[in-house]
Design a protein around this ligand. Structure first.
Ligand SMILES: Cc1ncc(COP(=O)(O)O)c(C=O)c1O
Length: 360
């Protein structure tokens, strides 16, 4: 098994940051064929293929966070986020591999079938669930969770510096792949931004890759496509988390590089969000209708369709090679036991029914 790029490129971090291998690395970097953009140097980073158990961008974050939970002697790991959280489902499927019990504190989101598919799996897997009736209750319930030492709590999306280190590894991996394939250096990365963990880690990772001359091309522009609203996806939050991540790298003795240069090229695009997090947008739906089933990666309304809408819109004005970050797991979901849905609280059953899933 090759060393993950994070430790191969930044050996100073090895043994000094928590890490446990969960995914299959590197994820492929493939040419992406899009009608109307033939002849463009366009690629897709297949983060959706990061694990056959459950993949997507969250696996990189969990590799450090679940290891940190083990280091701290936690027995239970709490994911936090929306009802259809991919992070919560990924943790539910990967944490037991490490002997950790998964639990989730979740707040409501618009009922879509993809979100319901995830929540139903959490119920069906018997994950300890606190499904709030309102997001207004979230801060207090989160604060209560922090009071127990046996609980390890992950913020939504795992958006802390240790979590973002996983995506530092992804940027280093990308640089290694471009080098090995003698492909053109990407001038643009198009990435969905929800909790901002992925974007922040990529910013810090590109800066580190440039510091060691691994990234030999010019500084690229990261395009963050908002899938959650401001202020969650405020540019200042992205750069602040990138800075904390770069400081962690520097504290551990590795070169963190010129982060300010990379952050100055960060562009945040809000117009693909539509009416809010989890609400299907018109542009996203059009992308699903037009391209659904023709792309190598999954399209769903909350993340990938909105990000792809951004990609299609931006491409005509971007010069040079571009890489699209495919973040939604393409692994088949575990089988669902519909009879177990009856065990869910009534308000959860109602929400699932509104999304199109009924208990049997
Ligand atoms: C499928 C998918 N894509 C993209 C994102 C956004 O990534 P991040 O939370 O790191 O900004 C998330 C998480 O919210 C996700 O689940």
């Amino acid at each position: 098994m090759p060393e993950p790029a994070l430790f191969e490129c930044l050996p100073q971090l090895k043994g000094r940051v928590p890490f446990t291998l969960l995914g299959q690395w590197p994820t492929a970097l493939e040419p992406l064929k899009l009608k109307g953009f033939e002849g463009r140097d366009l690629f897709v980073k297949r983060e959706d293929l990061s694990s056959p158990i459950y993949g997507g961008n969250k696996i990189r974050t969990l590799e450090t966070l679940l290891a940190q939970a083990l280091e701290r002697g936690a027995k239970t790991v709490w994911s936090t986020g929306a009802y259809g959280s991919n992070h919560a489902l990924a943790a539910a499927l990967h944490a037991p591999r490490l002997g950790l019990a998964p639990a989730a504190l979740l707040f409501p989101q618009p009922p879509t079938l993809t979100a319901a598919d995830n929540l139903a799996r959490l119920v069906s897997l018997g994950v300890r669930l606190r499904a709030l009736r309102s997001i207004a209750l979230f801060p207090l319930r989160l604060a209560v969770l922090y009071t127990s030492k046996l609980h390890f709590v992950m913020l939504p999306g795992g958006a802390v510096a240790v979590g973002a280190l996983g995506h530092v590894g992804a940027a280093l991996e990308l640089a290694q792949q471009v080098r090995a394939a003698t492909a053109p250096w990407p001038r643009h990365l198009i990435v969905p931004a929800g909790s901002i963990c992925t974007v922040a880690g990529l910013l810090a990772g590109i800066a580190a890759a440039r510091a060691m001359d691994l990234w030999a091309g010019p500084a690229p522009c990261v395009h963050a496509i908002r899938v959650t609203p401001w202020p969650v996806t405020a540019k200042a939050r992205m750069t602040a988390l990138a800075r904390r991540t770069a400081s962690l790298i520097a504290r551990l003795g590795a070169a963190a590089g010129n982060l300010a240069d990379i952050c100055s090229r960060l562009e945040v695009h809000g117009r693909y969000l539509g009416r809010g997090y989890g609400k299907p947008s018109e542009r996203g739906q059009a992308v699903i209708n037009e391209l659904g089933g023709t792309l190598p990666f999954p399209l769903e309304s909350t993340y990938s369709a909105k990000a792809t809408a951004g990609l299609l819109d931006l491409l005509p004005r971007l010069d040079g090679a571009a890489v699209f970050w495919s973040t939604k797991s393409s692994a088949p979901l575990p089988p669902l036991d519909p009879s177990r849905l009856e065990l869910a609280p009534v308000h959860v059953q109602r929400w699932l029914a509104r999304a199109g899933l009924r208990a049997k």
